[in-house]
Structures are given as C-alpha cells and as structure tokens.
Design a protein around this ligand. Structure first.
Ligand code: FES
Length: 146
C-alpha cells in the first residue's frame, strides 16, 4: 500500500476543514513545486491556539498532512506550534512516499505564515523562525509561491 492507513483516514475524513471568519491569524502559502495552495486560519487566546481551520487547493497528501498538522497544534501554545516541522507531521501520519514529501511543506509553512500574521496584527516583531522567504506577503516577487 502506497499510503498509510492514517494518511488515507485524514485524506478521506480531513479534520478542521473550513475557515474562521474572525481569525487572529491567517496564512496562505503556495507550493512552488506544483502550484497547490493552502490557507490556514488560527484563533488564539492568551497565546494558545484555541481553534484552527484550513482550506486547500491541493492534492491528497496536502490535505492529509494539513489535517494532521491542525490536530497537532490545536490547544497548543503558539511557541510550540511554531516549531512544528513537516517531518513531525509526516511521522505522525506513519510516513509519506518520498516524492510526496514536498506536499507536507505546505502545512508547516501555512501555520508559520498564520502565526506571523498574528504577530504582525498585534504590532509585534515576527520571530525569526516564522519568517518565510518573502515573509508571507503576497508580492508574487519570488519563487516561494506567494
Ligand atoms: Fe501539490 Fe501535493 S502535489 S501539494
């Protein structure tokens, strides 16, 4: 079987799909390898992620990794969510085929972009680990997909 049971489960029944209208941070990223897009919404209370939703125009692996990523950061402090790596998400899903690893990057980057947006909205400096190649703004000026 190419995909683990967990990947198939999260692909067929993705958790936390949708949007949050009054989100505290929103991040959108694109995958330069395939053009797929991910949007992440965070509700943050006292430094803790109380709700998270995502929407994607992406493949099954992007859906499964995002679904798992939202489950991993829900209820966690933002500092912890900022450290979530795509490798950790893939591990929680019992692996992905090598050529689909790039799909898992979308979830990690979308979370980072949403957290960066949260800090920006509060007038705070965006921590170094949350900075994406173009800082999450939609400039269309680099190859990171924004
Ligand atoms: Fe684009 Fe998977 S093929 S995210």
């Amino acid at each position: 079987m190419l995909y683990s049971e967990k990947v198939m489960d999260h692909f067929e029944h993705p958790r936390n799909v949708g949007e949050i209208t009054n989100a505290d941070g929103v991040g959108q990223v694109g995958n330069p390898k395939c053009g797929d897009i991910m949007k992440m919404y965070l509700k943050i209370n006292n430094g803790v992620i109380t709700d998270v939703k995502f929407k994607t125009f992406g493949c099954g692996s992007a859906i499964a990794t995002s679904s798992m990523a939202t489950e991993l950061i829900k209820g966690k402090p933002i500092e912890e969510a900022a450290k979530l790596t795509n490798a950790a998400v893939v591990e929680a899903l019992d692996g992905l085929p090598g050529y689909k690893m790039h799909c898992s990057v979308l979830a990690e980057e979308a979370i980072k972009a949403a957290l960066a947006d949260y800090h920006r909205r509060r007038g705070e400096e965006v921590p170094e680990e949350l900075r994406l190649p173009c800082d999450g703004e939609e400039h269309g000026c680099c190859s990171c997909g924004h």
